[in-house]
Design a protein around this ligand. Structure first.
Ligand code: 13P
Ligand code: SF4
Length: 319
């Protein structure tokens, strides 16, 4: 199609694409100049996943942040993820292109409430989900992610475990590990919003589809699932399953990496809208600006960082 054949809306669209392409090229150029690594979570917008050096789940991203030699890490995700990267690599510049990209689940737990639970349960160890602030990690014995929660809880040296902050993940872990779990009452509003009826609605049209659920989903959704996995674990489950169709009970951004990595299979979101607004706050323009200015930086004061590091390192050693 020549430009003269284009209608106004199409011109806008192509202009946007050209603009995105040139921003992406400039990001690539300045990234090399800065010696930067771009990490992106599986829920990030496709355009951000495309410019990233690595796309993954919280565990994969934490591992990459710990291993990289890059001087600068641009974290395309939410605050606790960038904070975890800094906890592991304080010698690096860790950038979060949109500092307001938070996690409502992480914000539900504060260190005082965790210390109170600890006091009420002196025989328990505290395992905190990575979706917590650095100050909550600092009062925890172990950290975990959705990929290794059951493994970490079963490995810790107490029969009783205070699990912070996600009650749904706590309930899932207690269904697969024989320990007494004291759950903190937090939840992810996006996953809590996924209902069994919304999955059933899709299954009516695709009766042979298997259900893959994130462990932050409600208990009744987990009960319907053929696979309960972290976001990256969902890709492995879909690759190894014999099924060709899947209902994916998680934030809808996950459909992009699934379709990109698992060819010839079909993925459907549950009915309704299940979007993490915070994950969508990162844009190409913000990534570019952040590389140009080396701001906004995520820093955790050493007093908190060193205590939080203990919990994160114990997790990386175990799982
Ligand atoms: P994953 O570690 O499974 O990617 O989950 C992170 C998250 O925030 C899910 O809502
Ligand atoms: Fe936090 Fe939920 Fe968004 Fe994950 S999907 S970042 S848990 S609010």
């Amino acid at each position: 199609m020549t430009n003269s054949n284009l209608k106004i809306g199409q011109v806008d669209l192509i202009d946007d694409e050209i603009a995105e392409e040139s921003i992406a090229e400039e990001i690539e150029r300045i990234k090399l100049e800065r010696g930067a690594l771009i990490l992106a979570h599986n829920y990030q917008p496709p355009i951000i996943q495309e410019i990233a050096d690595y796309v993954g789940d919280s565990l994969g991203l934490a591992r990459k942040a710990a291993q990289t030699d890059a001087r600068v890490v641009v974290f395309c995700g939410v605050h606790f993820m960038a904070e975890t990267a800094y906890i592991l690599s304080p010698d690096k510049i860790v950038l979060l292109p949109e500092p307001e990209a938070g996690c409502p689940l992480a914000d539900m737990a504060d260190p005082e409430s965790v210390l109170k639970l600890k006091e009420e349960n002196p025989d328990a160890l505290v395992v905190s989900y990575v979706n917590t602030t650095a100050s909550v990690k600092a009062v925890s014995d172990y950290c975990c992610t959705s990929a290794n929660a059951a493994k970490i809880v079963s490995a810790v040296a107490s029969r009783k475990v205070v699990f912070v902050p996600d009650r749904n993940l706590a309930s899932y872990v207690s269904s697969v590990v024989e320990k007494e779990i004291i759950p903190f009452p937090g939840f992810c509003p996006v996953h809590e919003g996924i209902l069994t009826a919304q999955i059933e609605q899709v299954l009516q049209e695709h009766p042979s589809a298997e259900v893959i659920a994130h462990p932050e989903c409600r208990k009744e959704v987990i009960s319907m699932a053929h696979y309960v996995r972290s976001t990256s674990g969902m890709i492995d489950a879909a690759l190894s399953s014999k099924a060709n169709e899947f209902v994916v009970a998680t934030e809808e951004g996950m459909l992009y990496p699934l379709e990109k990595n698992v060819h010839g299979k079909r993925f459907f979101p549950p009915a309704g809208e299940h979007i993490c607004a915070d994950m969508k706050k990162i844009t190409l323009t913000k990534v570019l600006k952040s590389l140009q200015t080396l701001e906004p930086r995520i820093v955790v004061p050493d007093e908190t960082r060193i205590k939080a590091l203990r919990a994160v390192e114990r997790m990386l050693e175990l799982g």
